[in-house]
Design a protein around this ligand. Structure first.
Ligand code: AMP
Ligand code: TRP
Length: 341
C-alpha cells in the first residue's frame, strides 16, 4: 500500500461549491471542525466541483463559486501550507478511479442510496442525470485515492461512507490489499444548526426562504436583521429545551458554539431576560465571527492570481498522493501502469 507523507492519520473531506456563500450550518457542522482537525491529522480538503455539476451546469457561477468556496475555507482557518487544499477537477485521478469503482458497484446497490432517491424525486426524471446516480462512487474515489482513515461529514453522508467502505473491501478481497478502509467521523448532535425561521428544519441553502439562513458572506446588517427576526415562542422564558422551545434552544446553541462558551453558561446569563436581549447578544457574536472571515475572503478573491496559485500547488501535492494509488489499482486490475508507458 502507498505510504502517507506524514505519520499522522489521513483525514479527507470536501464540500460542493454550490452556493455563493457557506452558511452557519456549514461553518459549525464542518468548517470549524476541519480547522481544528488539521493540526492532528494529515488533512486533505477538496472543493468538489465535479460533484457540483450533477444537478446542472452554470459555467460562470461555477467558476465564481469554486474560488469563493476555497477562499472561505482559507479565511475560516484552513491553512493551505499545512493541509492540502485543492479543486477536484484539477486532479484527473478522481474521475479515473471513479470509473473503475463504478464497474464494481451494483446497479441495485447504487439505487439504494437515499440521497439519490430524495434528489431524483425532487428533480423529476428529466433533470435526474446519470452523474447524480453515480455521485457516491465519485465520492468513494475521492476518499480512497488518498488512503484516507477519517472522513468528517454530516450524518446525511453516512450511507455514502458505508458504500465507500464496501467498495474498498470488495476491491481488496478480489485483487489484494490496495485501499485503506476509511471511517466516517460524524459530529455530535449539538453541532447541528437549525433554520431561524423554522427551527425544526436543518439550516440549509435549499430552504424555501433565505430569512432563516445565516450566510458567512452576508453583510453584518443582514445577519443582524435575520437574528432579530428569528422565530421563538410565546412563553418568554430563556432556557434550553429543544423539544418545547426549538427556536430559543437553537439561538442558545449557536451563541455557545460561536463564542466557545458552555451552553449552560449562556443560558444562565440570559435567564430571566427578554428574547430581544438574547438576539442582540447573538447578533454581536455572529458579527464578531463572520466579519473577519468576510474581510479575509474578499482580500483573497481580490488577488485571484495568488489564490489560483495556491490551489494549483494544492492540486500538485494531491496528485503526488493520488497517482501512486491509481497506479497500484491499474496494476491490480490489469491496466498498463506508468512504468509500462
Ligand atoms: P451541504 O451544504 O449540505 O453540502 O453540507 C456541507 C457540510 O456542512 C456537511 O458536512 C454538513 O453536514 C454540514 N452542514 C450543512 N448544514 C448543516 C447544519 N444545518 N448544521 C450542521 N452542519 C451542517
Ligand atoms: N457528498 C459530500 C456532501 O455533499 C461532499 C463530498 C464529496 C465529500 N466528496 C467527498 C465529503 C469526500 C467527504 C469526502 O457533503
Amino acid at each position: 500500500m502507498t505510504q502517507p507523507a506524514t505519520s499522522q492519520p489521513v483525514l479527507y473531506s470536501g464540500m460542493q461549491p454550490s452556493a455563493d456563500s457557506l452558511h452557519l450550518g456549514n461553518y459549525v457542522g464542518a468548517l470549524t471542525n476541519w480547522v481544528k482537525l488539521q493540526n492532528e491529522y494529515d488533512a486533505i480538503f477538496c472543493v468538489v466541483n465535479q460533484h457540483a455539476i450533477t444537478s446542472g451546469i452554470d459555467p460562470e457561477q461555477l467558476r465564481t463559486r469554486t474560488l469563493s468556496t476555497a477562499a472561505q475555507y482559507i479565511a475560516a482557518g484552513i491553512d493551505p501550507e499545512k493541509s492540502i487544499l485543492y479543486v477536484q477537477s484539477d486532479v484527473p485521478e478522481h474521475a479515473q478511479l471513479a470509473w473503475i469503482l463504478g464497474c464494481m458497484t451494483g446497479f441495485g446497490e447504487a439505487s439504494r442510496m437515499t440521497q439519490f432517491k430524495d434528489k431524483s424525486q425532487r428533480y423529476g426524471s428529466d433533470k435526474t442525470t446519470v452523474g447524480l446516480f453515480t455521485y457516491p462512487v465519485l465520492m468513494a474515489a475521492d476518499i480512497l485515492l488518498y488512503q484516507t482513515q477519517q472522513v468528517p461529514v454530516g450524518v446525511d453522508q453516512k450511507q455514502h461512507i458505508e458504500l465507500t467502505r464496501n467498495l474498498a473491501e470488495r476491491f481488496n478481497s478480489r485483487f489484494g490489499e490496495t485501499f485503506t478502509i476509511p471511517e466516517g467521523f460524524i459530529p455530535k448532535a449539538n453541532a447541528k444548526v437549525y433554520d431561524l425561521q423554522d427551527p425544526t428544519a436543518k439550516m440549509s441553502k435549499s430552504a424555501p426562504s433565505e430569512a432563516g439562513l445565516l450566510s458567512i458572506l452576508d453583510d453584518a446588517k443582514v445577519t443582524t436583521k435575520k437574528v432579530m427576526r428569528a422565530v421563538t415562542d410565546a412563553d418568554g422564558e430563556i432556557r434550553y429545551d429543544p423539544e418545547a422551545k426549538p427556536g430559543v434552544s437553537n439561538l442558545l446553541t449557536i451563541f455557545a458554539v460561536l463564542s466557545g462558551r458552555e451552553l449552560d453558561d449562556v443560558a444562565n446569563e440570559y435567564a430571566g431576560r427578554g428574547y430581544g436581549d438574547l438576539k442582540k447578544g447573538l447578533a454581536e457574536v455572529v458579527d464578531a465571527t463572520f466579519t473577519p472571515i468576510r474581510t479575509r475572503t474578499a482580500e483573497l478573491l481580490d488577488d485571484r492570481g495568488e489564490l489560483t496559485r495556491l490551489l494549483r500547488s494544492g492540486a500538485d501535492r494531491a496528485r503526488e498522493r493520488a497517482a501512486p494509488t491509481l497506479d497500484l489499482v491499474h496494476e491490480r486490475i490489469g491496466f498498463p501502469t506508468r512504468a509500462d508507458l
